[in-house]
Design a protein around this ligand. Structure first.
Ligand SMILES: [Zn+2]
Length: 408
């Protein structure tokens, strides 16, 4: 078990408002900047890899259960949670790390090393989970465990409903606590082992501030009577992830920019997209690293104009061979196999609905200004368009608090 220590608290003297600062001997300074010297704060730093049991890296099932056994459980226990994946580095994105903080205690859990995480899920089900920007984390949990803990709350949603317009974790932490988080490991390959001390530090920082942020925004939400909005929004976000259909393999190649192509261009785009997908799978890299969407669209566009694609010379010969094989086959395919352009629903003009839409949108925007929140939180433009056409759709498109505000 690798252990490390993140709690060596360092009082930052006012003179060190920015940049590195002296630390007790043996500690590695964290790469962060402090913007609020007037606000006396205690910060933490990591020693690179030291032997303290406080914040363990749990790489086996027995380590995990032993650690979980020492944690408080039940109602009222709040867990800050974050996950890291390898979407920038592999063909099939996978859950690579789970970070947890319960009170002062933190751990990194290795889902690549522990095949059965049932004890963790059981623990999480009995607590209150807080995540920042939970959509990706919930998506990974659904894919990996086919399960998302029921009481899962998102500090990002809380921040937005409390009126924050910039709601990334780094921004909120800086704004609320005067700490600049390092972004250095954001794009790291979380599927690699061992994790570097810098990645460990980054991963632990991601859960360090979540509960303090939750408290801050919950207080504001309660003051404004918006806690019920928040609870309903979180429950709905969780359900939408659980119910989100998987991507349709027959339609996945319709990448952004494809809407402007004619059937001939779509035909080549589909062929090139499938070539890219196979290459990505072959070398286990994300497909954007093989070739960009823009380049694929340009190839397809070129074919419509009679310009044959030229694969840049940076690709090794086998890539070229397979690409031109796919290209030849696409060229030989009969027109009857060309895909259709997407059916554009022809919406007949409906002056009554347009008037209702204008009214609803006006109301939404006024409410947004009055409440000092982004109007899109109250209702999306698309939802308002549909409701203006058919008021009976409000129930499925809007949450209760949104409908109450809009009186629909
Ligand atoms: Zn993270």
């Amino acid at each position: 078990m690798v252990k490390f220590n993140i709690d060596a608290a360092v009082e930052i003297p006012e003179t060190h408002s920015r940049g590195r600062f002296p630390l007790p001997s043996g500690k590695t300074p964290v790469q962060c900047q402090f913007h609020s010297p007037a606000n006396p704060t205690i910060f933490f730093t990591t020693s690179s890899v030291s032997e303290t049991p406080e914040h363990p890296y749990l790489a086996t099932a027995s380590e995990l259960t032993a650690w979980l056994d020492t944690l408080p459980t039940g109602d009222g226990v709040r867990v800050a949670l974050d996950t890291e994946a390898d979407s920038l580095h592999s063909y099939r994105e996978k859950l690579c790390l789970i970070q947890m903080a319960v009170g002062e205690r933190k751990a990194l859990i290795d889902p690549l090393g522990i095949s059965d995480l049932t004890p963790l899920l059981r623990y999480l089900d009995n607590t209150e989970i807080w995540v920042h920007g939970a959509d990706l984390d919930m998506t990974l949990m659904k894919r990996t465990f086919d399960h998302i803990p029921e009481r899962l709350y998102d500090t990002q949603v809380a921040a937005r409903l409390a009126g924050e317009r910039q709601f990334g974790l780094a921004h909120l932490v800086e704004h609320s606590f005067g700490v600049t988080l390092s972004k250095q490991s954001q794009r790291a390959d979380w599927g690699k082992r061992p994790l570097t001390p810098r990645m460990i530090e980054y991963a632990l920082n991601d859960v360090h501030f979540i509960i303090p942020l939750a408290d801050r925004f919950l207080t504001r939400l309660r003051e404004h009577g918006r806690e019920p909005w928040f609870l309903e929004s979180c429950a709905d976000a969780r359900l939408s992830v659980l119910q989100r259909p998987p991507p349709d393999p027959e339609e996945q190649w319709r990448i952004s920019g494809s809407g402007a192509l004619k059937p001939q261009g779509l035909h080549y785009l589909r062929a090139f997209w499938r070539w890219r997908d196979k290459e990505a799978e072959r070398i286990d890299r994300p497909s954007f690293k093989i070739i960009s969407n823009d380049e694929l669209i340009a190839f397809a566009q070129g074919m419509q104009e009679g310009k044959e694609p030229v694969l840049p010379s940076r690709y090794p010969p086998p890539f070229h061979r397979r690409f031109y094989k796919v290209f030849k086959e696409a060229k030989a395919a009969p027109e009857s196999e060309w895909p259709r352009r997407p059916n554009r629903r022809r919406v007949e003009r409906n002056p009554d609905a347009e008037r209702r839409f204008d009214q609803l949108k006006g109301k939404r925007d006024r409410l947004g200004t009055e409440l000092n929140i982004d109007g899109a939180l109250i209702a999306s433009r698309a939802a308002l368009e549909t409701v203006a056409q058919d008021a009976s759709k409000a129930g499925e498109l809007l949450l209760n608090w949104q409908r109450e505000l809009l009186h629909v």
